[in-house]
Design a protein around this ligand. Structure first.
Ligand code: NAD
Ligand code: MG
Length: 394
């Protein structure tokens, strides 16, 4: 029986992963090793019961008694805290879903790769913060990373049977997020609620705001570079409001392979779960005649400074990705708690990168996890300072 683990099981991607595992037979078809979650203890316990998990781990030790109570009478072990999550990733599994949001997903990704699990990677932050380390760990252990981000799954599928050397360009599609059609001058005053009204995708709160600001696409450009090893100048972004084309690969003969489908994360999750086979998935089938048109437009860099910053980060490389992601996480926290405005997020990230460029060697290779975590920590401190200054002057 295939052994599986899901990190971030209670989140949007994690929960859809559990759903697909249950549809495929649940505990009759899979042996569930570890499930981890953040604050939603009742959901985590429910999932652990349904899949008969070996262990359920919650992020905060304060929630452990509640998790224990909820799993009383089952054979599922319980644990809590970042260390316990990392140890759960050490348990042998054949397939691991990395779907924690943010830099907190990096350690479980790395630890799962170190014992041979195929890693289904939704946590793009792992590649943004420590791409070379992650890819080297996978290579050293002969393990495989399967992308779960819809764009990267699309690219992966478009590359099947192709020689990567014949790839001329990769075109990432972006919906443009909730504020896509707002006048530029109104963006500064956008509220959290407005930025959360995503037109096409139902996702976790953080990635939904990141879609509106295109910080999500900025992370994905970097993710593309790290995962596929494509030069930054070959990676393009195009706004495609319908989110039907999930991304495209352009080849040296001028052909473009596009991946189309309904905007439903159960496709890329299911693809990674069944790879290298394909299995029936409960996603809507496209009616192209009814759809009639698909539209495209170039992204406006004044509207989306995050895209410009991603280019700068790729030019620096090294530890810049870890700094960029950490600063973005702090900026997002400050936007969510109302301390800074929507457009201030990019200002905080830019100021953090500027300060770190003069203060440290951002371009230094991220050789160890400790290097990455130290830069993550420093960037969080600098970003918090930048947010305070911005708030005072704003
Ligand atoms: P989410 O917020 O819905 O869920 C995140 C999960 O991580 C939850 O289980 C949460 O409890 C857990 N978590 C949060 N902080 C944690 C911490 N510090 N320690 C341990 N666990 C923690 O997020 P999501 O939308 O499912 O996204 C998960 C990842 O997948 C992100 O990296 C996101 O960028 C990526 N992704 C998501 C989607 C989507 O459709 N939701 C699409 C593509 C990529
Ligand atoms: Mg995506």
């Amino acid at each position: 029986m295939r052994r599986i683990s899901i990190f971030g099981a209670t989140g949007s991607v994690g929960d859809q992963t559990v759903e697909l595992i249950e549809r495929a037979g649940g505990p009759r078809a899979f042996h569930t090793v570890a499930l981890t979650g953040g604050r939603n203890i009742s959901r985590l316990a429910e999932q652990a019961r349904a899949l008969r998990a070996e262990i359920a781990v919650c992020a905060d030790p304060a929630d452990l008694p509640a998790l224990r109570d909820a799993l009383a009478g089952t054979a599922t072990e319980t644990a809590a805290g970042p260390q316990a999550i990392a140890e759960a990733a050490d348990r042998p599994a054949d397939w691991t879903m990395s779907a924690i949001v943010g830099a907190a997903g990096l350690v479980p990704s790395l630890r799962a790769l170190s014992h041979g699990a195929t890693l289904a990677l939704a946590n793009k932050e792992s590649l943004v913060t420590a791409g070379p380390l992650l890819m080297a760990t996978a290579a050293a252990h002969g393990t495989r990373i399967l992308p779960v981000d819809s764009e990267h799954s699309a690219i992966f599928q478009a590359l099947t049977g192709e020689d990567i050397a014949s790839v001329e360009r990769i075109i990432l599609t972006a919906s443009g997020g909730a504020l896509r059609d707002w006048p530029l001058s109104a963006l500064a005053a956008a509220t959290v609620k407005e930025a959360l009204a995503h037109p096409n995708w139902a996702m976790g709160q953080r990635i939904t705001i990141d879609s509106a600001s295109m910080f999500n696409k900025a992370l994905e450009v970097i993710e593309t570079r790290e995962y596929f090893g494509i030069a930054p100048d070959r990676i393009e972004v195009i706004v495609h409001p319908e989110s039907i084309i999930h991304s495209m690969v352009g080849f040296s003969d001028g052909a473009i392979m596009a991946h189309l489908g309904a905007p439903d994360m159960r496709h890329p999750i299911g693809y990674a779960l069944n790879w290298p086979q394909r299995a029936a998935l409960p996603v809507a089938r496209l009616d192209l005649a009814q759809m009639a048109t698909l539209t495209f437009r170039a992204p406006d860099l004044a509207r989306y400074p995050a895209l410009r910053l991603a280019r700068e980060v790729m030019a620096i490389h090294g530890l810049a990705g870890a700094a960029f992601n950490a600063a973005k996480e702090i900026a997002l926290d400050r936007f969510l708690d109302g301390a800074i405005g929507f457009m201030d997020m990019a200002a905080v990230v830019e100021e953090t990168l500027n300060r770190l460029s003069s203060e440290t060697s951002l371009g230094k290779d991220a050789e160890t996890l400790e290097d990455v975590l130290a830069m993550d920590h420093l960037a969080r401190t600098r970003a918090a300072e930048a947010a305070v200054i911005l708030r005072k002057s704003g």
